[in-house]
Design a protein around this ligand. Sequence first.
Ligand code: MN
Ligand code: MN
Length: 467
Amino acid sequence: MKNTKETIKEMKEKLFLKKKHALYNMTDEQLAECDSFCEDYKKFMDAAKIEREAVIYSIDFLKENGYVEYKKGMKLNPGDKIYSNNRGKAVMIAVIGTAPISDGVRLCVAHIDSPRLDLKQNPLYEDKELALFKTHYYGGIKKYQWTAIPLALHGMICKADGTEVSVSIGEDEGDPVFCITDLLPHLANAQMAKPLARGITGEQLNILIGSRPFKDDEESGAVKLNIMNILYEKYGITEADFISSELEAVPAFKAKDIGFDRSMIGAYGHDDKVCAYTALRATVECNNPVHTVVTVLTDKEETGSDGNTGLCSSYLEYFIYDLAEALGSDGRTVLSASECLSADVNAAFDPTFPEVNERNNCSYINKGVVITKYTGSRGKSGTSDASAEYTGKIRRLMNENNVIWQTGELGKVDEGGGGTVASYIANLNIDTIDLGVPVLSMHAPYEIVSKIDTYMAYKAFSVFIND
Ligand code: MN
Ligand code: MN
């Protein structure tokens, strides 16, 4: 029998992979829920620009929802909701399941640090009656993007007597902001002739913080003195206190809807707070799961996950060992039976820069949450590469629960690349795959995500931990 137009259409329907805009597969109710979820997300983004603030926000939210701080030795029962704060920079959350803990836990891991400019240990100086801060950038940035934009200062100072002050300047309507200056085009001939990567250097990322001298002093250094005096009056700090501080300059932008159709969100730090918030919400809304749920919001991903608040440290392992012990099993049994979604963003296809992506395998905004089987670069170096079996399991789970998803690969082969925490978790003998939201302008001071993809990430975490 000869194939007709109709049967060929049917064959295509049956045999081809379809990649439609997610909107076509959503009901009006779902879209309304998506938009309302994203209003909450924007509030989180404005309240939690740095990891310490994300921890404070999360713990407040957890406590409001009946979570208690875990102490070693605490008796644990199915349904219990606990959290553990790692030095104010990372948080582990658990909901105890009804199944034996030896069946493994369902792990979601996202990071709450984002690229930014950290102040150096001796940051303050004056030059030609301008006061400035020296910085050392944190994570992968394109330095030129950080000049001539409003910056806010967040973090904490540990004073000589051991007391701590937290700092947040530049976010409230009446606050001043700070700024890194750039050359006017008229005098930038030499700068403009340089390759983009060298147009602004790391040592040129100096933040302008003041220009009026201390009035009763006409000596040199009066502008610096005036700044130090303002800081002394406001925080009780002296210059030496910068040595034991962590002050982070971040864009002073607020999270806003992008587009006439308000379909996207622009904000600083979607990478990876978009996965942190969606995983946090899914976890808090999870009651009486079968498998014990462990959600981790970690620090230091952007600098390679080293340090005691980064995922290369043993803090997650210790937490799971403690849970195992409290629930009558042992750490290695629990780890080996566990499954993980490494919740991190991926690069979305950008029609302005199509040359870096391979169109059949990159992710697109509005096509749903991205499942990334492998990351890495130069022949998959540095990736844990999820197995076909585990990828298949996650794929089935998403399909059965109407979560709209797509696959993604970070750029063309040999174009560059990057990694996530997936390999550190997989190295604990845990089945791990990357799942997250596609982002435009990743690592820029203002990144863009789609509301639908954000909502689908939330759905994906929810389906995974409730399975
Ligand atoms: Mn990330
Ligand atoms: Mn990143």
